[in-house]
Design a binder for this molecule. Structure first.
Ligand code: MSP
Length: 511
């Protein structure tokens, strides 16, 4: 039987600057879901990459005194480095300056033109280079004689010949699509925002620029380069092989989830499905817009000098605590505040004292008192059976349902309640006191704890691949038994377990 397929994407990142916590966050969420789906038996295609064209990148290159291609080669490498350092499991890394992407963009344009969806006109209006977005006058605020977009980006007046996409004609189709596919935009609050925006009316969209050169040339009219958002969004189908629909990867389309930040939802939830529909291509299944991080209560900005460097964080706290914290601290979809105190608190409390300690106590007792071999599961008491049935056996299905809705924090919360139950169980049963009085019962108690730890470690792998891999090694779970389907298959008693070593290092100082 062929495996179900899952296609997940991150936004492609502008190469005007180094990666920061926001980039790491979007990709981390996508990575956790990708890893989860693979563990759960899916064939996964997980895509990330860099967005290398447009006025903003061209300007950054000029400021660096480099040719745009040389500049983007350098900055794009920082994003590939971040992916390696964060252990993102992406199957491909797309760069919009690659030939395959230019081909896909031009093919999509040609198809839209062939279907009468594009016409030549003149654009006159406001443009924010920082957002690479057009704004209506009613969206702007005025300060000290200058005008600003809702994002705070300054706007400039643009007047140039431009091709337009007939976005207005897709308004009713979009509204119907949102209505008929309630899961298309998540979370629900964001969905409502998009619906009100579209209801208020859509204007045709300017999709080419003539005042700079750094972009994909419009087919048959190379004075124009494509609007960077049309170019960028197309990456999601380029990587699936478009325009070659016989490409082996085309079977992954439509994407299951496009992960994006709330600031770029409009492009993904309005323009993108309209472009696709207009070209006769199926729209993606779901777009999830997450919230934004502030740093200790302050908006993160280069000018404030409070940008959080993900590599420095990993250096200081270790990769898995950072991965854990980012998805545990804030319900996915809401804004959150990054506080070191909270990170250290969770690392020391939940990871080191909670999970690390339970594993260490259980495994060193097995090492010392059971000859370092996995104890028999039976005879198990009724209470043990009830304990496992209540706190461990339902976990895979609970996590599956939560992750299908991208509720990462809730999934972690369920798994760490099981850890708390495990710690309460070990305190209640006191296996260390049973060594002389009732060694058979001691072995049973340790086996219950082993089963719990195995379940939790297996299900936590997508979040903390490195440390949960080490925990599964210590638990004696062979590689081929680490997926969700195999969780029901018991490990044979007598399996030798290596001597345990601590999983998480506690941090003493709170800076
Ligand atoms: N290039 C476009 C995306 C094109 S996708 C077809 C882009 N790039 S970006 O580099 O500016 O931003 C990428 C992501 O980082 C966005 O999803 C954005 O929401 C996210 N973040 C930027 N700052 C952030 C925070 N402070 N907090 C959380 N995420 C933030 O947009």
């Amino acid at each position: 039987m062929s495996k179900p397929r899952t296609y997940l994407t991150t936004p492609i990142y502008y190469v005007n600057d180094r990666p920061h916590i926001g980039h790491a966050y979007t990709s981390l969420a996508a990575d956790v879901l990708a890893r989860w789906k693979r563990l759960d038996g899916h064939e996964v295609f997980f895509l990330t990459g860099t967005d290398e064209h447009g006025q903003k990148v061209e300007k950054a290159a000029r400021e660096a005194g480099l040719e745009p291609q040389v500049f983007t080669d350098q900055v794009s490498e920082h994003f590939r480095d971040l992916a390696r350092r964060m252990e993102f499991s992406n199957d491909d890394f797309i760069r919009t300056t690659e030939p395959r992407h230019r081909r896909a963009c031009q093919a999509l344009w040609t198809e839209l033109a062939r279907r009468g969806e594009i016409y030549l006109g003149h654009y006159e209006g406001w443009y924010a280079v920082r957002d690479e977005a057009f704004y209506g006058p009613e969206e702007l605020t005025e300060r000290d004689g200058a005008r600003y977009a809702p994002s705070g980006a300054p706007v400039e007046w643009v007047r140039e010949p431009s091709y337009f996409f007939r976005l207005s004609k897709w308004r009713d189709w979009l509204l119907r699509h949102y209505e008929e596919n309630p899961d298309f935009i998540a979370p629900a609050s964001r969905r409502n925002e998009v619906i009100s925006f579209v209801r208020a009316g859509l204007q045709d969209l300017s999709i080419s620029r003539t005042s700079f050169r750094w972009g994909v040339p419009v087919p048959d009219d190379p004075d124009h380069v494509m609007y960077v958002w049309l170019d960028a969004l197309t990456n999601y189908i380029t990587a699936a092989g478009y325009p070659d629909m016989d490409h082996p990867r085309w079977g992954f389309w439509p994407a299951d989830v496009h992960f994006v930040g709330k600031d770029i939802l409009r492009f993904h939830a309005i323009y993108w499905p309209a472009f696709l529909k207009a070209a006769g291509i199926e729209p993606p299944r779901r777009i999830f817009a997450h919230g934004w991080w502030t740093n200790e209560g302050q908006k993160i900005s280069k000018s404030l000098g409070n940008v959080i460097d993900p590599l420095a964080l990993i250096e200081q706290y270790g990769l898995d605590p950072v991965r854990y914290f980012l998805l545990r601290e804030v319900p996915f979809g809401q804004d959150g505040d990054f506080q070191r105190r909270a990170l250290v608190g969770r690392l020391n409390g939940e990871l080191a004292d909670g999970l690390g300690n339970l594993a260490q106590r259980t495994l060193s007792l097995i090492q010392r008192n059971c000859g370092g071999r996995l104890p028999e599961a039976e005879p198990r008491s009724e209470a043990d059976r009830a304990f496992l049935a209540r706190h461990v056996e339902p976990l895979p299905e609970q996590v599956r349902l939560l992750l299908d809705e991208q509720k990462f924090d809730a999934a972690l919360s369920v798994l760490f309640s099981a850890v708390r139950e495990g710690n309460a169980y070990i305190t209640r049963e006191q296996p260390w006191a049973l060594r002389r009085s009732d060694p058979a019962r001691m072995a049973c108690v340790l086996r219950v704890l082993h089963d719990l730890l195995r379940g939790v470690a297996t299900l936590l792998q997508p979040f903390m691949p490195g440390s949960m891999g080490r925990l599964l090694d210590q638990l004696g779970v062979p590689q081929e038994m680490r997926d969700i389907a195999r969780l029901g298959a018991p490990l044979p008693p007598g399996t030798p377990l290596p001597p345990p070593s601590p999983l998480f290092r506690k941090i003493d100082e709170i800076p």
